[in-house]
Write a protein that binds this ligand. Structure first.
Ligand SMILES: C[S@@+](CC[C@H](N)C(=O)[O-])C[C@H]1O[C@@H](n2cnc3c(N)ncnc32)[C@H](O)[C@@H]1O
Length: 449
């Protein structure tokens, strides 16, 4: 077919203009060779050329504003709606199977709690009022991944139940690609057995530097500590978190690893009966003492002690005469302890019945890219701040055998705000799940007997 340019080459007059007959021919040829009934006008061609010269992103902008795009949107809407329907169908199908399985497990539980497998127990616990412990939560997440694959494979078998054993889960998990830690957590082992410490990720993470006694570091750092840390803390708006921490205090209070007393400005003395500050570095305690006296000169029930969190039980006296506390609080201390699990266990044994341990700590994040950074800089952090900032705090609490009644994570999940209790203590009315508060019922615990 002739093109406009081809025609332009024939029959041009000396003045450069086409004779009328040729112009009619060009017009007709353009009209028939064009996809639209009328060819582009010279203005439109100019506009097109102008757009072609623009950077790619501006060309896309013009495209999105054009009529052509608006017309094609119908196709995109229909395709998007179709994709959403498919996703919705898969989601609802998954919910349907899960519901079926839940009622199957509930029946099993009513008949004989001991008959529940580990997965079934975790499933019931997760939908009930009990909070899964950090280790349990991780394991349950792995079971859920396995369940999704199981459902894909048994797409047509409506009645088949997902009933994996821990061994099957282990085998499946170890075969998954791109998982650096191949062992799924082991739940049923006694928590305080030394061997269990080697089975979870803090021990398996090669980027966590070995624990050490950081007392000498903080003795030397004490004078400069506040000046050096304040900008990091201001940047993270940590004041707000410290205020939350101190709002939780009541009765007789012990602050472990008090440092230079950075929590003191947020203390509500009218809510507490007494407060004891302890830290392994004497120089840090001295600064805290001065700060406290300046801030609350009339509050006389304050004590200051030098000692390690790992020796708390010894320091508090033997069991019959031991001093006990309503609230034990610690901020950014677990990262600096030689044995954070022992420190937490000690705190638990110094609690009065119904007492709480309130923690504000930094550790592993919920985001992998943050964890990569924490791991990468872990040695540097240890050198500059004597702090192991990539510890999985939930695991430490779990290993210490404590229950978590409140958990909030901020700063991309790397700052942990936790309230913990001993398993034998009941939960308070304000800690009950919303549904129990609403119905005035007691939360039911799931137990395999
Ligand atoms: C990062 S500073 C935190 C200080 C303070 N809690 C705050 O929020 O600013 C860690 C503190 O833990 C103290 N510490 C380290 N190991 C300890 C231990 N085993 N027992 C008690 N305190 C310890 C250090 O002396 C230091 O004051």
């Amino acid at each position: 077919m002739l093109t406009a340019r081809g025609i332009g080459l024939i029959g041009r007059s000396s003045s450069g203009r086409l004779p009328l007959a040729s112009r009619v021919l060009v017009f007709q040829t353009l009209r028939y060779s064009s996809k639209t009934p009328f060819p582009l006008s010279s203005k439109e061609i100019e506009e097109q050329r102008r757009i072609e010269k623009l950077p790619k992103w501006q060309q896309w902008g013009h495209y999105f504003k054009s009529e052509k795009f608006k017309k094609s949107m119908t196709v995109y809407y229909v395709a998007g709606f179709g994709a959403m329907c498919i996703a919705f169908y898969y989601y609802m199908r998954d919910r349907y199977y899960e519901d079926k399985q839940i009622s199957h497990v509930r029946k099993k539980y009513q008949a004989d709690p001991k008959s529940l497998s580990e997965y079934e127990y975790l499933m019931l616990k997760s939908i009930g009022s009990d909070k899964l412990r950090p280790k349990e939560e991780k394991k349950y997440r792995i079971y859920q991944m396995m369940r999704k694959e199981f459902r894909r494979k048994h797409i047509m078998d409506k009645d088949i139940m997902f009933e994996p054993s821990p061994e099957e889960l282990d085998e499946w998990y170890s075969k998954q690609p791109r998982i650096s830690i191949k062992k799924a957590p082991v739940l049923d082992e006694p928590i305080d057995e030394k061997s269990s410490a080697n089975k979870f990720t803090n021990a398996e993470n090669p980027h966590i530097v070995p624990a050490e006694d950081t007392t000498d570091f903080y003795e030397a750092k004490a004078q400069a500590y506040d000046d050096e840390i304040k900008w990091e803390e201001r940047g993270m708006f940590l004041g707000k978190r410290r205020r939350w921490l101190m709002k939780q205090l009541k009765g007789d209070v012990l602050e472990v690893a008090c440092g230079t007393g950075r929590n003191i400005p947020y203390l509500y003395t009218d809510r507490i009966s007494s407060i004891t500050f302890i830290d392994s570095a004497r120089n840090m305690v001295e600064i805290a003492r001065k700060k406290f006296k300046e801030a609350y000169p009339n509050f006389k029930k304050a004590a200051f002690a030098v000692g390690k969190a790992e020796d708390l039980v010894k320091l508090a006296g033997d069991d019959s005469k031991a001093i006990k506390y309503d609230t034990i609080v610690e901020a950014f201390g677990l990262c600096a302890h030689e044995d954070p699990v022992k420190a937490l266990k000690n705190m638990a044994s110094l609690l009065k019945p119904g007492g709480r341990i309130v923690l504000l700590e930094h550790g592993r994040s919920t985001w992998q890219f943050v964890n990569n950074h924490l791991d990468f800089r872990s040695e540097k952090r240890m050198k500059t701040w004597a702090c192991r900032w990539n510890l999985e705090i939930g695991e430490l609490v779990d290993e210490a055998g404590l229950d978590i009644t409140y958990e909030k994570r901020v700063h991309l999940g790397s700052t942990w705000m936790l309230i913990c209790k001993r398993p034998e203590d009941p939960i308070n009315s304000d800690e009950k799940p919303f549904i129990n508060k609403l119905m005035g019922t007691e939360p039911q615990s799931i137990s395999r007997g």
